[in-house]
Write a protein that binds this ligand. Structure first.
Ligand SMILES: O=C(O)C(=O)C[C@]1(C(=O)O)C=C[C@@H](O)C=C1
Length: 114
C-alpha cells in the first residue's frame, strides 16, 4: 500500500522532484506517524473514560467534575509551557476532548436510567 506521505498533492505540482519536495515528503511522513500515534493515544484515553463513565453512572456521580478539570488544565498548561507549546492551545485541546467525554458520560448515565 502507498504511504499517505507518498501520494501526490498540490505541492508536487509546484516543487516537482526537487530537494525541497523530498524534505517536505520526509516531514510529512513524520507528521503521519505522529497523527497515527495521536489517534491511538486518544483511543486509549477514551477506553479509560468510558470505564469512568460507567463507574460514575453506577454511583450516581455527575458526568462533569470541574475541580478535576481545573487541576488538569493547570498541569497541562505547565507541561505545554515547558515543551514550548502554546498553553492556550493545550487548554483548548483538553477542553475539546473533555467536552466529548462528558457527552459520552451523559449518554451512559441516560442509558443506565439515571
Ligand atoms: O476524571 C473524571 O472524572 C472524568 O470523567 C474524566 C474527565 C477527562 O476526560 O479527563 C472528563 C470529565 C470530567 O469533568 C473530568 C475529567
Amino acid at each position: 500500500m502507498t504511504a499517505a506521505s507518498d501520494r501526490r498533492t498540490g505541492a508536487d505540482t509546484r516543487l516537482g522532484d526537487s530537494a525541497p519536495m523530498a524534505e517536505l515528503r520526509a516531514l510529512r511522513a513524520s507528521i503521519d506517524n505522529i497523527d497515527a500515534a495521536l489517534v491511538h493515544m486518544l483511543a486509549e484515553r477514551f477506553k479509560c473514560t468510558q470505564k469512568v463513565g460507567h463507574l460514575k453512572a453506577a454511583h450516581d456521580l455527575p458526568p462533569a467534575d470541574p475541580a478535576r478539570e481545573q487541576i488538569q488544565i493547570e498541569r497541562l498548561r505547565r507541561l505545554a509551557a515547558e515543551a514550548n507549546l502554546d498553553p492556550d492551545f493545550a487548554e483548548k485541546f483538553l477542553a475539546f476532548i473533555v467536552r466529548e467525554v462528558i457527552r459520552h458520560h451523559e449518554a451512559i448515565a441516560a442509558n443506565a436510567g439515571n
